[in-house]
Design a protein around this ligand. Sequence first.
Ligand SMILES: NC(=O)c1ccc[n+]([C@@H]2O[C@H](COP(=O)([O-])OP(=O)(O)OC[C@H]3O[C@@H](n4cnc5c(N)ncnc54)[C@H](OP(=O)(O)O)[C@@H]3O)[C@@H](O)[C@H]2O)c1
Length: 356
Amino acid sequence: MGKIKVAVLGSTGMVGQRYVKLLESHPWFEITALSASKASVGKKYGEAAKWVIEGEMPESVRDMRIVSADINDVKKEGTELVFSALPSEVAHEIELNMAEAGYMVIADTSAHRMDYDVPLIIPEVNSDHLSAIFEQRKRRKGIIVTSPNCTTIGLAISLKPILDNFGIKRVLVSTMQALSGAGYSGVPSMAILDNLIPYIKNEEEKVVRELLKILGKYENGFIPANIKVGASCHRVCVLDGHTEAVFIETIDKATSNEIKECMKKFKGDPQHLSLPTAPINPIIVREELDRPQPRLDRLAGEPERARGMAVVVGRIREEQALDNGIKYVLLSHNTIRGAAGNAILIAELLKAKNII
Ligand SMILES: NC(=O)c1ccc[n+]([C@@H]2O[C@H](COP(=O)([O-])OP(=O)(O)OC[C@H]3O[C@@H](n4cnc5c(N)ncnc54)[C@H](OP(=O)(O)O)[C@@H]3O)[C@@H](O)[C@H]2O)c1
């Protein structure tokens, strides 16, 4: 059977480049269309993309001509599936047009994440939410499935085994987010070198509402989780990898060792284990006092195809200042697990479930 032909919208950006790298020699998907802004249309990918991620640009895309995000341009290339890494300002309409025209759209953008019939998926955590697709199919030919905000994904993965084993009453998170999270031209070097910026527009609101949707239920509609969540988000001078200091109150008392054990055992739904981009262990627990660190741990995950897909958790300890308090530090790669990698894993899950 031939590979599924995919288009990447926003292919020259931080997330777009990750797609290009992760889809290189993917066993199930093949890139047939690369799209970017008007300024790039018609140029070869090798000229239009300022390649900034580790490793070489794949030879297979270097000479591909950039097309516009117009439905007809994407269609000409025989596209069957669309990955969207567009800026949020333009994503809403373009993603909707693609889905109305019958495409399966998997989006890293925030445009449709909170729509009442659009699932917001982390395959290991809430694949049951894909039932919302059947509701969506009543109103359009295609489907939109969304991947959460890069800060929310690592946090939700780390919380899922705790929620399942002990219940969670409250979550407080303080983030230290990488520069690539703001896109290629996001934060000027003069603003961030020797500095930290204690504000990321709309980020705290996204973390709270997305986390509640993901950890909630889908029963003919989304029912948010009954957890109190607070977030403080900060930009730091790190290239890739978001670090988060997490404080939680569990419903049933748990020791730090019990939390470690449930995180180590966590696999998610067994169906995911056979997916090409699925990490064998979605959570890696480190015992060293000074881990996780972005430079050392952001590419964690096995097998090879799942590098950057594992969430690394360390410094798990009890917190006496909270009721049934636990605190830990997590790290996840924002453009791999936090964006393109998670979206590709969603696509693999949809294929494994015969939805595409
Ligand atoms: N960065 C992350 O860690 C991360 C994580 C999760 C989700 N996201 C989301 O993913 C999306 C992309 O983020 P990014 O960081 O990759 O941004 P980026 O580096 O700024 O890249 C934006 C991409 O969109 C293209 N583009 C810009 N304006 C366009 C237009 N009017 N029509 C069509 N294409 C256009 C750009 O093409 P040109 O090169 O031609 O300008 C570029 O390919 C955003 O919605 C972001 O919120 C990002």
